[in-house]
Design a protein around this ligand. Structure first.
Ligand code: SF4
Length: 96
């Protein structure tokens, strides 16, 4: 993600913008992913649609198999409640 996209995604997160169906599906997938790690407590909008992944990042210290390419890939370090709101963002493991 470039800076502008990161800022836009964070803006959507911080404003508590409701998630689309596609984004809610991303939340469900990330919530069960072994690459996610709890790193922070930025629980500003605990009542929004991202409580399953609130405080979690896609951990660049963890690796997994990309479902599309078959390559071993590390997490992207993104804060998940913001990442799922960027429609152009991709899962490093090809899960969404
Ligand atoms: S973006 Fe992909 S790799 Fe990262 S936590 Fe979500 S499902 Fe896992």
């Amino acid at each position: 993600m470039n800076f502008r996209k990161i800022a836009k995604a964070w803006g959507k997160h911080l404003s508590g913008e409701p998630l689309t169906e596609e984004q809610l599906e991303r939340v469900k997938i990330c919530a069960t992913c072994p690459l996610k790690s709890f790193k922070t407590n930025i629980d500003v909008f605990a009542n929004d649609d991202v409580e399953q992944i609130s405080g979690y990042i896609c951990d660049s210290n963890k690796m997994g198999l990309n479902e599309i390419t078959g390559e071993i890939t590390k997490g992207c370090s993104c804060y998940l409640p913001a990442k799922v709101r960027d429609n152009d963002s991709k899962c490093p493991l090809g899960k969404w």
